[in-house]
Write a protein that binds this ligand. Structure first.
Ligand code: ISE
Length: 347
């Protein structure tokens, strides 16, 4: 049931992610409604508009942002378009939820930080949705309780069944590793001091640059280590997990509940095939809490532009490490007061 003061959202990008966001707003988020949509492929935008009722279709994303019918903007267009669109939202003083990555480099993300800091208001949210995944939230609660003592090692696994894009190792880092990097920071409340990234290709048919299996090793500020396996052509399915080994035990993300099938001398459970399905609950929660925060003028509990910027500082270092075959330090600046994170528990 849509409530009277639902937030009029303008969507930029009607690809897989944008269309799922539109469907989620229409079906599951009463505090928001789709008022406008843009895609370079006008037919895709029109399909979303038709499905979601009467959203206005725009050929120009900047006009969508500026239109008075749009109260907030949801960006799900190609990664490289994100900074300029976010900057236009800030210029128009419109809140924006930008899909990760915030940009394709820390330098471009820093332009957003500078603009938002000059404005003195947090209008930018970044779609690092694992912060709304119940399995990751449960792990964070255990770590925050300190019942296991000090965290010592974070072990992340991030597997896609097939390469969803041109999987040059550096593109995998920029496009996908941001989720894992943010999960390390958010689950542990620590920053990343250095990274060491190596990669191999899983199939001889791939080009030498298509290192679709990457091992990211990190040293954190809390005298803790982290390893992340990024595997983009795992074939069997889509799986993400985070395990944290601490002084007095370990905690690992659960997996979505499924029936256990016993047949032909085997027990089996299904594995998701696509990240949209594995994180559907998180996407709905992220949108619902974004819309609620806008309606109630409360801080958005998810990732800020600062989190998006720091993730890119680390991904930039990961790319340099992949190229140089050596560890690379990460210089994270002091967090500006605008981004003092009340929800961040003391590390
Ligand atoms: C995609 O954009 C995502 O957000 C998924 O969570 C990630 O697993 C996938 O590799 C990305 O391409």
């Amino acid at each position: 049931m849509r409530n009277a003061s639902s937030i009029a959202v303008g969507l930029i990008g009607a690809g897989n992610m944008g269309t799922r966001h539109a469907e989620n707003i229409h079906r599951h988020v009463g505090a928001a409604r789709l008022a406008a949509v843009h895609d370079l492929d006008r037919q895709r935008a029109e399909q979303v508009s038709t499905f979601c009722g009467s959203a206005a279709v725009f050929d120009d994303p900047l006009q969508l942002i500026r239109d008075d019918r749009v109260e907030a903007v949801l960006i799900a267009s190609p990664d490289a378009t994100h900074p300029a669109l976010v900057l236009e939202c800030l210029r128009c003083r419109k809140p924006v939820l930008c899909e990760k990555p915030l940009a394709t480099s820390a330098a471009d993300a820093d332009k957003v930080i500078q603009a938002e800091s000059a404005l003195g208001r947090r209008l930018v949210a970044v779609g690092l949705m694992r912060r709304f995944d119940p399995y990751h939230v449960a792990v964070r609660q255990v770590i925050a309780s300190r019942q296991l003592g000090r965290p010592l090692l974070y072990k992340g696994v991030h597997r896609n069944p097939a390469i969803p894009y041109d999987a040059h190792g550096e593109v995998i880092v920029t496009n996908s590793a941001g989720h894992d990097i943010d999960a390390v920071r958010w689950l542990l409340g620590q920053e990343i001091e250095d990274v060491y990234v190596r990669g191999v290709r899983s199939h001889a048919s791939f080009s030498a640059e298509t290192t679709d299996l990457l091992l990211v090793q990190m040293t954190l500020t809390g005298d803790c280590l982290a390893t992340i396996e990024l595997y983009m052509a795992a074939e069997y399915g889509y799986e993400v997990s985070a395990e944290i080994v601490s002084e007095r035990g370990a905690v690992v993300t659960g997996q979505p509940a499924h029936a256990i099938v016993r047949s032909e001398q085997a027990r089996s459970v299904p594995v998701p095939v696509h990240w949209l399905d594995r994180f559907q609950e998180a996407y709905v929660a992220e949108l619902a809490q974004w819309a609620h925060a806008l309606q109630t003028d409360q801080p958005f509990p998810g990732a800020s532009a600062w989190d998006g910027y720091v993730a890119l500082l680390v991904t930039d270092a990961c790319v340099r490490s992949l190229r140089s075959h050596s560890p690379v330090a990460v210089e994270t600046p002091a967090r500006p007061s605008l981004y003092a994170d009340a929800s961040k528990f003391a590390s």
